[in-house]
Design a protein around this ligand. Structure first.
Ligand code: IPD
Length: 277
């Protein structure tokens, strides 16, 4: 399949949907039953039995429908298939820390990159039974109804969201200064703890923008397709094309994009000025 017809994309979208819903059912089943979790390497980077079982369910669905495709999965790493132009980026349980603490903000994220380009994305939030779906050129939906980004025009009137990577205690580039500065400039900055949901909330207009550093590819591929197909914009912090491996993402409704990008670039200066006073 080298040219992708609408039908091809719909098939991939249905596969992603089947995978996300089956994983979501498993996540929901584990709710309230997690008594033990492991730390994966960095302090705070957790994995539970729910992450592992949900990932196994996704791998089973992909193995049945697209056994020749590659997979990049949060818990299993890089897997499978020789047709590497198709790479599925999956997070079986985005928001593991929330989940492990009994805070019901988490989702399953299943994205497909074709030759490196995020092309299909499904995010399923089993706690709200919200299914977000998008594919390049086919639009974005929430529970099968079309969605669009917000129309907020000014940064000062915007509500944003961000996150803090697990290496935040090991680096001064930890997003703390950006969080303070943007809190000052906007109507607020939220921190949900689930990047996939941050992106879906931008896609459906609940939030106006999202940025984060140190984010993994599996957290964002599906959400990128959703934001773009809902009429938003996704780039690097400076507005240039996003480099997924850089771990930096800026996603907005489009209209506040350049002012948020400028504020992120101004933050280091603000940090320097604060030191002087
Ligand atoms: C994390 C969440 C969080 C973000 C972290 C991610 P996980 O994913 O998306 O919002 O700030 O950078 O790693 O570990 O819960 O799958």
């Amino acid at each position: 399949m080298s040219q992708h017809s609408t039908r091809d994309l719909e098939i991939f979208l249905d596969i992603a949907t089947e995978a996300a819903i089956s994983a979501g059912a498993i996540v929901k089943n584990y709710w309230g039953k997690i008594e033990h979790y492991e730390e994966k390497g960095r302090a705070g980077d957790l994995v539970t039995a729910a992450d592992k079982a949900a990932e196994a369910a996704i791998l089973k669905v992909l193995g049945r429908h697209v056994p020749d495709h590659g997979i990049l999965a949060e818990e299993s790493g890089t897997l499978g298939g020789d047709r590497r132009e198709y790479l599925w980026a999956i997070d079986p349980l985005d928001g593991t820390t929330n989940f492990a603490h009994g805070y019901p903000v988490a989702a399953v994220s299943v994205g497909l990159m074709i030759r490196g380009v995020p092309t299909v994305g499904v995010v399923y939030n089993p706690f709200r039974d919200e299914l977000f779906r998008a594919a390049k050129g086919l639009g974005a939906t929430l529970n099968r109804c079309p969605i669009a980004v917000s129309q907020t025009e000014k940064l000062a009137r915007s509500l944003l969201v961000t996150g803090f990577a697990y290496d935040r205690r090991e680096t001064t580039d930890n997003n703390y200064a950006e969080f303070c500065y943007l809190t000052h400039l906007t109507q607020g900055v939220r921190r949900s703890g689930a990047a996939a949901l941050d992106l879906t909330d931008v896609a459906c207009g609940r939030l106006d923008g999202y940025w984060e550093r140190g984010i993994h590819i599996w957290d964002i591929v599906a959400g990128i397709v959703l934001v773009e197909e809902a009429g938003g914009k996704v780039t690097a912090y400076d507005g240039s094309g996003i480099v997924l491996e850089s771990g930096r993402i800026l996603a907005t409704n489009g209209t506040i994009h350049s002012s948020l990008s400028q504020a992120l670039r101004e933050t280091p200066k603000m940090r320097a000025n604060l030191k002087k006073t």
